[in-house]
Write a protein that binds this ligand. Structure first.
Ligand code: PEP
Ligand code: MG
Length: 325
């Protein structure tokens, strides 16, 4: 089966009724690039740069980051590389040793909060990303955004970096797309207010689910309550997609949910335009997309959003999946 799936890697991720989906890959390390290439993914939809912290205690400087990002961008061109700025903290590696342990790390100093508190470090990363954008199709996105102020501050720093590079005569793509992760419920609720300020949304379902249903994503005692198809989660996803499309902003999903082929009918039906999954999941998700009719998925999703029971919603999607693959 594996060989069969790999043989199909040049096939487009398109539904039987012609809706094209951008199917891209999530990576944490540069070493994963060959797997991305081999999977036939359309570029990288999520590069988790906090894994650069694995190599040392500190984030590498601008030069080193610029080289890493540029090499990736070149290797993927003309396909896109979406670089997520540092998402340290929570259950991930900290950018600096905590002076005292945080009582609730998932509600604490992580994601964009850290970057905005450390503007010098953040600007090094933004400058490195911009420099790489001269070598391929690079986009930038910000993790754990909870409100508009963070989006504006991050974008202001990005603009500052663009102005500096322009003065220095360093090339970059001034059309580079800017997006935000939608993974905090407050951001999903005000997606219509955020949309005018960005080019795309990428829904981080791993965090969106845990924050919506108040279930720690790494605590096995409450794992049975962690339900991707909880009606509240589905509503937030739908609301985000609808708010985006009203403003010409495309929406993707890059959390684990995107790689679960039982849920491909539901996500497609809700109107998702991009799915970013682990490289090894790309062939299976591609096959699922190619087997489905968007019209049928949309009709099912219309029913699903009215259903109050998460297991029923899962079943509606799974039934359609089983019918075709
Ligand atoms: C997510 O939260 O769904 C996501 C993709 O980000 P991470 O898993 O890195 O927190
Ligand atoms: Mg996340």
């Amino acid at each position: 089966v594996r060989h069969e799936l790999e043989a199909q890697r040049d096939d487009e991720a398109v539904t039987t009724d012609g809706r094209k989906i951008t199917l891209s890959a999530n990576i944490e390390l540069v070493d994963e690039l060959p797997y991305v290439k081999n999977s036939g993914a359309r570029g990288v939809g999520l590069y988790r740069t906090e894994f650069l912290l694995l190599k040392g205690e500190q984030m590498p400087g601008e030069e080193q980051q610029a080289e890493i990002y540029a090499n990736l961008a070149k290797a993927l061109a003309p396909e896109p590389l979406i670089i997520r700025t540092l998402d340290s903290g929570g259950d991930k590696l900290p950018v600096e040793p905590p002076s005292e342990p945080e009582p609730n790390p998932f509600l604490g100093w992580r994601g964009i909060r850290v970057s905005l508190d450390r503007p010098a470090m953040f600007k090094e990363q933004l400058r490195a990303i911009l420099r790489a954008s001269a070598h391929g199709k690079v986009a930038v996105m910000f993790p754990l955004v909870s409100g508009i102020r963070e989006v504006r501050q991050a974008r202001a720093l990005l603009r500052e970096c663009m102005e500096e590079l322009a003065v220095e005569g360093v090339p970059f793509d001034d059309q580079l797309e800017t997006g935000v992760m939608i993974e905090v419920p407050s951001a999903a609720v005000i997606a219509d207010l955020i949309a005018p300020e960005v080019d795309f949304f990428s829904i981080g379902t791993n965090d969106l689910i845990q924050y919506t249903v108040a279930v720690d994503r790494v605590n096995h005692h409450v794992a049975s309550l962690y339900r991707p198809t909880h009606p509240a989660v589905i509503r937030l996803i739908k609301q985000t997609i609808d708010a985006g499309s009203a403003h010409g902003v495309w929406t993707g999903v890059c959390g684990e949910m995107a790689g679960d082929i039982r849920l491909t009918p539901l996500l497609l039906g809700l109107g998702v335009e991009e799915l970013s999954v682990g490289p090894h999941q790309v062939p299976r998700v591609r096959r699922a997309i190619r087997a489905l009719s968007y019209a049928e998925c949309a009709a099912m999703a219309d029913e699903a959003v009215k259903n109050p029971v998460s297991l029923d919603i899962l079943e509606l999607s799974t039934d359609l999946a089983r019918k075709y693959y």
